[in-house]
Every structure is written in C-alpha cells, then in structure tokens.
Design a protein around this ligand. Structure first.
Ligand code: FES
Ligand code: MG
Length: 579
C-alpha cells in the first residue's frame, strides 16, 4: 500500500454524523437504532454504501438482491457497517428512448447519494451498459474510496444446439427473418433462447467492454469482470470486494490515486485489444475527464493503431462469447498477453500494482485469447475518421465490417428521422445500389435525443433480397456494442446542432478511407457555406423537465457526452454537507 498511515476512527467521515454529543447526532443515532442497529454496529466502523442498481425492470441485474447480501457479508467480516443505497437501474433493453439519456443522471445520483449520506466508502454494483460509466463517473467526482463490482456476463445463449450471442445473433436472425429464410417458429425459438440467465450481455458489447475497462482502470478486484454472473466465484468475489473496501477506507485509498493517466492508457489499450464496443469511446473520454485527465479521439486512435484485437469474442471475433473467455483465462490472462503495452506499475483497488494481480494468470485456450503475434485483427477495433463531414470526428469498427468498405465512395441516401429511414429500409422495390451510403441524421446527443443506438441501420429489404448483408451506413447516433457492419457513427458535431452532416443531400458523394482515417462529402466549400446559410435549427425538443436540462448541458460525442457543469474544469469541488 502506498499510503503507510492508516486513518483512525475519528477521521471517518461518518463519525461526523454519528459521534458528536449533540442534538443532531442524537437524531442520526436514534434513527439508525430505529432500524434495529446499536452502537456496536457503527462505533469506530467505516460505513460502506452498497450502491445497488437492482430493479424489477433490470434483467441483467436480477441477481443483485442476493449479491448485495454477499457484499454486506464481506463488509461485516472486515468490521464495516454496510448501508445499501438503491440507484437508477438503467436497463438497456427496457428503458426508452435510450439509457444514454440517463447515464449522467445515474452519475449525478451516485455522486449525491454518497455526498449526502454518512458514507466512508462505496461498493458500486453495475454491469448493464451505462451503469458502469454512470456509477464510476459519479463516484469519481465524489472522491471517496470505492470498488466496482461487475454483474458478470450471462450464460451463452442456445437454440437447438446453436450458440446465440446477445444482440449480435438477434440482429442476424432478424435479417434472415426479413429475408424470409427462417420460419416464425424458429424466430420464437431464438427469442426464448438468447437470454437464458441473469447477467449482462455475453458478447463483447458495451457491458463486457465497460466492465473490462473498469478492471483495467484498477477499479475492480483482479479478474472480477470476467466471472459469469451465475458462477459461485461471482458470489465470493462480491464478498471479497466487501472485505476489501473496508481496508481501502482505513488506507484512504481514494480514486485519484488509482485513476491516473497510466490507468486510463491501460484501459484504452485493453478496450482496443478486446474488440471493444464503439460506445467505449464516449464513456472512456467521459470517465477520464471526470478524473481531470484529457483523453481525445486522436489519443484513442493512436493507441488503437498499435494494439491488435486479441480477444476472439463476438462480434469482432468469430466464434466465442464471454463464458468461453472466462474459461480461457479471462481478462487477467489477456492483460498478461499484452506484455509491455500496459503500465504494470499502475495502482489498483488492491493497494498493489496491476502486475501483482496478473501474477499466475494463464491462457487455457489460445484460440479464444490470442497472442499479439496471432491476433484476431491486426490493429485496435476502432478507428477515428475526420473530414468535412465530421470535423470533430466519427468512429467506425473496422474489425466488424466487410473490408471492401474500408475505401469506398457512393451516393448518399439521407433520412432526417427514424420514421423516414424505416420507409427506406422496408421498401422492397426501392431502386438502390449496394454502393449507396445510407445516412440517418438528427440522432445525436441532442437530436436523438440522447444519441440512441440507431447507428446499425437495418439493411434495406431491397438489398437483402438480392443477397447483400452489408453496406456503408452513416449517422450521428451510436450503435449497440453487439452490432456489426460498415457503420460510421458518432459524427460530430451532430446534425441537430448544425454540424456539416445537416448539409449533406441525397445524391452527394460520400467518401470514406479507413486506412487514412478520412470521411468527406464531395461538395465544395462554397456550396457548403451556401447550404449552411440556408439551414435553420430545429425547434427545441423539450419545454421542461430533465430533457430540458439535458439539451442545454449535454456535450458532443467527442467530449464524452457529459453535462458541461459536471466537468472538473467547470468549478471548484463541492463542499461537504453541513451536518
Ligand atoms: Fe443489459 Fe445488454 S441489455 S447488458
Ligand atoms: Mg448494449
């Protein structure tokens, strides 16, 4: 442990609520006694928040009711006092229009939950896509010691002996159903078999990507992110996290000591090597900025250039899912294979350097976890494109698209809304060539609103019927991490705020060059200036409420889509509450 001096009970933040001989503290104590606790439960003990994103509307966290008990068991074993605090559960599958609209709300809730209660340290329970960044961003801004407990991936999907991957196989079989090649009965079989247990999506989607990032940042116990949700190792990991957070409070191991520039670089490298979800870009930038570290799209592209994809997990990989990844050795084994691409001196929640957590990790299946010399894909899974269509950048996942689109030009077919797009994709007689670039705009952070996962634009029926399964698609939306195809995403600035994407017209030629990282429309500067002059901003989407605040303060994708007023540079640290 870096910090030799252990804190004493009088230093505990919770002691300010519970210890003084005054009237307010009388209230805090008597009301804690109302719940059946006595002084032996709290005196001289760190109070640990168990921030739980369980709800009846969150299938990926269905086990969290029980896992919270495992965490509490660990906290009690180590001499802490657990206090479970429920937080927004943000189910990726059920929350509309998109959980991204609420990631920052969860971050704000987490920060203020920790600030307003008598808390000394926290265990954060998340896993489903936005819950990891939301919880981590909020806890970073609060600054108390915390440890992240990832939900763990669900079991592999199964239908008639075929392995099914979350999202990825849903999209695939849906295309087949639309092309008329599978029956309704088969489709219903896929529906019943694709999500067989609690836990987050088991492809390398946003959930698996973000929990791996949390581990690479040093915010979980070593190996925690790969353990399947249903495995009893997951329960033991929860209890161990409960024990460890109590010591972290005594050691004053605050997140600023862990979330350094080296940790952020490690996380980017790990994400790239995992064949990460495109959403990782937005969340990584937002997390780094909360820690006061500048991370840009160019930084991500630079690390991506020199980091091969070595996790053979769908959709970037061909065959395997997170359960296989765990049996093959999990994230610790993958990190070992990255050798000196990682800074192994980075401190983790263990109080020890990353290197110690990786000791003894082995690869048990070399097809699932590859070496850097035998990768799934020769460079990182994401590429950042810039040009007159996206001056502040756009993102593509070359590892998950047909290489023939790496260099491509074709006429744009532009939809201004999802409803307009739907007409295009459902028209069986549409006159469309496979070279067409299908564009959806007004689907960005403000336009969506909340930047929904509409970026994997479904293939037009007219092309599906002719046997085409990929085409170049372009939007200011995001796409699910489980998606695949030649989809250019996160175009910034978005069309809704007048970015150049708003000026593109059907028939204009769009040019993409992934090796050279460019994305342009073949339209002259003079013509663009004229179109810009004629452009009128759309009417605001919200007249009141959370959406109103969201529209005023959300930043663009290249800045991580955080609210401007939550940034470290926005103002001084918030004071401790008056008690
Ligand atoms: Fe929860 Fe995919 S729906 S992780
Ligand atoms: Mg997802």
């Amino acid at each position: 442990m870096t910090n030799a001096k252990r804190r004493s009970p009088q230093d505990l933040r919770s002691a300010r609520w519970m210890a003084p001989d005054d009237f307010r503290s009388f209230g805090h104590r008597s009301r804690t006694m109302q719940m059946g606790f006595g002084p032996e439960d709290w005196v001289d003990k760190p109070v640990i928040a168990v921030v739980n994103t369980w709800s009846d509307a969150q299938p990926c966290h269905a086990h969290f009711k029980h896992r919270a008990e495992d965490i509490k068991r660990g906290i009690l074993q180590a001499g802490g006092f657990p206090m479970e605090l429920p937080a927004l559960s943000l189910s990726e599958s059920l929350v509309k229009p998109t959980t991204m609209l609420y990631r920052n709300m969860l971050a704000m809730e987490t920060e203020e939950l920790l600030r307003s209660h008598p808390i000394d340290g926290a265990v954060l329970m998340g896993g489903c896509d936005k819950t990891t960044p939301g919880l981590v961003m909020g806890a970073l801004s609060m600054g108390l010691p915390f440890i992240y407990v990832p939900a763990g991936p669900m079991l592999r999907g199964n239908y008639k002996g075929n392995v099914l991957g979350s999202g990825t196989d849903g999209f695939k079989y849906w295309d087949e159903r639309r092309a008329g090649t599978i029956t309704k009965e088969e489709w219903l079989g896929v529906e019943a078999g694709i999500a067989r247990s609690y836990g987050h999506c088991m492809t390398m989607g946003t959930a698996s990507t973000m929990t791996a990032i949390a581990e690479a940042l040093g915010l979980t116990l070593p190996g925690a992110s790969s353990i399947p949700a249903t495995d009893s190792n997951h329960q033991r990991m929860c209890a161990a996290a409960g024990r460890r957070i109590v010591d972290m409070v005594w050691e004053d191991l605050t997140p600023d000591k862990i979330l350094t520039e080296a940790a952020v670089r490690n996380a980017v490298t790990v994400a790239m090597s995992m064949g990460c979800s495109t959403n990782a870009v937005i969340h990584l930038i937002a997390i780094a900025r909360r820690a006061g570290i500048s991370l840009t799209l160019d930084d991500l592209d630079t690390i991506g250039h020199t980091t091969p994809v070595i996790a053979n997990v769908r959709p970037a990989g061909q065959s395997y899912l997170m359960e296989d990844f765990y049996y093959a050795g999990g994230l610790r084994a993958l990190m070992n294979n990255l050798g000196d691409k990682l800074d192994r001196t980075a401190l983790t929640v263990t109080g020890r350097p990353l290197a110690e957590g990786l000791e003894g990790a082995e690869v048990y299946n070399e097809d699932v976890i590859r070496t850097v010399d035998n990768p799934v894909y020769h460079e990182g899974s994401l590429a950042v494109l810039k040009g007159n269509l996206a001056p502040d950048g756009a993102v593509i996942k070359p590892a998950a698209c047909d290489p023939k689109f790496y260099k491509h030009s074709g006429p744009a077919l532009v939809a201004d809304s999802y409803a307009e797009l739907k007409k295009i994709i459902d028209d069986e007689n549409l006159d469309i060539s496979p070279d067409t670039v299908l564009v959806l705009r007004n689907a960005g952070p403000q336009g969506g609103p909340g930047m929904p996962e509409w970026g994997m634009i479904p293939m037009p029926k007219a092309l599906l019927k002719k046997g085409h399964r990929d085409m170049l698609r372009l939007s200011d939306a995001r796409m699910s991490g489980t998606s695949y195809g030649a989809c250019v995403l996160h175009v910034a600035p978005e069309a809704y705020v007048g970015g150049p994407l708003a000026l593109l017209r059907t028939g204009d030629i769009v040019e993409i060059d992934v090796p050279n990282r460019t994305l342009n429309m073949r339209v002259s500067d003079e013509e663009l200036a004229a179109r810009s002059k004629a452009w009128t901003p759309p009417a605001p989407r919200y007249g009141r409420g959370y959406g109103w605040m969201f529209s005023r303060h959300i930043q663009q994708a290249d800045k991580g889509c955080d609210f401007d007023f939550l940034g470290t540079e926005f103002g001084p640290r918030v004071d401790e509450p008056e008690i």
